[in-house]
Design a binder for this molecule. Structure first.
Ligand SMILES: [Fe+2]
Length: 151
């Protein structure tokens, strides 16, 4: 047994070590940070920047029924998103060994999250009858959105 050196305890939390889902959940829970930013736009999916620092960007998005993204990836960014209210459906597309394209569907309700990394291709849609709100964290890059060649 040995004494723990002072400089190894009570080190301030390093945001870069916080999993992006934890970051998304923390921002989702702190509604005072984004309550005044929230809008619903019938013409296009709404997005507003909540926070940006050297580590990450955090975006608020709202989804009216039927609003959707196109199939896209986020370049070199990693991150996560969390559903705050409503329901969203995520369609993930990836190429299997051998070249076959595989598609997965994930039905997400409030409190559920998804993680993404470089090359992750997805499309997100509000297929429910009610508006939905989500919080998105992007790291190692900004909120890059690139159309996907996978479809
Ligand atoms: Fe995305």
């Amino acid at each position: 047994m040995f004494a723990v050196p002072d400089n190894t305890i009570a080190i301030a939390e390093r945001p870069a070590l916080q999993h992006p889902v934890r970051a998304a959940l923390a921002f989702a829970a702190d509604r005072e940070l984004w309550r005044n930013l929230l809008r619903y736009d019938p013409d296009q999916r709404f997005a507003a920047l909540i926070a940006r620092d050297g580590q990450q960007e955090v975006w608020l998005m709202s989804w009216l029924p039927g609003q959707t993204t196109f199939s896209h990836d986020h370049g070199h960014a990693t991150g996560a998103f969390t559903v705050v209210t409503g329901d969203l459906v995520e369609r993930v597309t990836r190429r299997a060994p051998g070249g076959r394209v595989l598609t997965e569907h994930h039905e997400l309700t409030a409190g559920q999250s998804r993680v993404f990394g470089p090359g992750y291709t997805h499309e997100v849609r509000n297929e429910g009858p009610d508006p939905a709100v989500s919080v998105h964290v992007y790291r190692d890059g900004t909120r890059t959105v690139r159309p996907s060649g996978l479809g």
